[in-house]
Write a protein that binds this ligand. Structure first.
Ligand code: SF4
Ligand code: SF4
Length: 317
């Protein structure tokens, strides 16, 4: 069924899932494992916890096998990497791809595969981008991309049937939420089938991964450590604002100066320069929308970040 990784029993497929706190990273690992279990596989799923909170880089691991799984370590040499937030690879593609097997697969939530990923991808590896946040917003109404990406993963690997993913999703989320997430998984499945596949550029000799049961020589994957070498946070630390999907935009003509937005911001990033002149520190605003929800006069709009950036690019060009 799957490529052996040298474990003591059967053949094991190892998957590493990168995301940010609040994106359903642990749920993604558990749902993938549950779906494979429903399809008759032995499974394992667990997260690596750092000092994470909403917006912090987080990692979860999945193993699938046709026999009981003895390994208990984190996944250092994944067959597949799923990336829920493309800003993680912009910050540190090498850390995200670390240990990927030469013929591995990267599934990334993005409109296209970032150049930073292609630059570090092993020669025979593949990378596929699926706009999972866009699909999730359209189908679920929330920017939670995990079930869309699981559908894409099912399409690209054939390891787990789509209907098993959908069953696992519906068992975990009853009612409308489950139905919406199952529909998102199907959209992700179809999007992946028609997506462009990017190949790697790095020579096989320089991309040989460490055996997962051998002492590691490469950079250790760490979680939640600001700016440490090999950290999934990247060398510059994590500015939690970089993963924002929506940005608050203030309309001073509607603002009454009540100051509630500043009080309610859970990250204390709202500031004011004058009585009705408010803004947010965009390096750390995560786009949660609480400020807008609490603003009674409707002076704050939540606007898609990529639309604002595209408009700024047009103006700049
Ligand atoms: S909550 Fe709304 S009205 Fe109050 S200060 Fe903030 S923007 Fe102005
Ligand atoms: S969206 Fe508003 S409440 Fe949320 S972090 Fe940004 S400024 Fe604070």
């Amino acid at each position: 069924m799957m490529e052996s990784n040298g474990s003591d029993q059967g053949v094991v497929r190892e998957i590493r899932i990168h995301g940010r706190g609040g994106q359903g990273n642990v749920s993604a690992a558990e749902l993938l494992a549950q779906a494979a279990f429903l399809a008759g596989e032995y499974v394992q799923a667990f997260p690596a916890f750092g000092a994470e909170r909403m917006g912090a880089p987080v990692v979860a691991f999945v193993r699938l096998s046709n026999a009981p799984i003895r390994l208990r370590s984190q996944v250092y040499a994944p067959h597949d990497v799923i990336v829920q937030d493309h800003t993680l690879v912009t910050a540190d593609a090498g850390g995200i791809i670390a240990g990927l097997r030469p013929n591995g697969l990267v599934v990334i939530n993005a409109a296209r595969v970032p150049d930073q990923v292609i630059a570090v991808l092993p020669a025979r590896a593949r990378a596929v981008a699926v706009p999972a946040t866009d699909i999730a917003l359209e189908v679920i109404g929330r920017p939670v991309p995990n079930t869309t990406l699981l559908g894409a993963y099912a399409a690209l690997t054939g390891l787990v049937p789509l209907d098993a993913i959908q069953r696992a999703v519906k068992e975990r989320f009853p009612g409308d939420v489950g139905a919406q997430n199952a529909a998102a998984a199907e959209r992700g499945y179809r999007a992946a089938l028609s997506a462009t596949v990017s190949s790697g550029l790095v020579s096989p000799a320089s991309s040989t991964p460490a055996r997962s049961d051998a002492p590691r020589a490469g950079p250790l994957l760490t979680v939640g450590l600001v700016g440490s070498p090999g950290s999934s946070a990247g060398a510059n630390g994590y500015h939690t604002g970089v993963w924002r999907v929506f940005r608050p935009v203030w309309d001073p003509t509607r603002c009454t100066g009540c100051n509630l937005c500043e009080v309610y911001c859970p990250d204390s990033v709202v500031f004011h320069r004058g009585p009705r002149d408010y803004g947010a520190d965009l390096a750390f605003c995560k786009g949660c929308g609480l400020c807008a929800a609490e603003c009674q006069p409707g002076a704050i709009s939540m606007v898609r970040e990529d639309e604002l950036l595209a408009a700024a690019d047009v103006r700049g060009g």
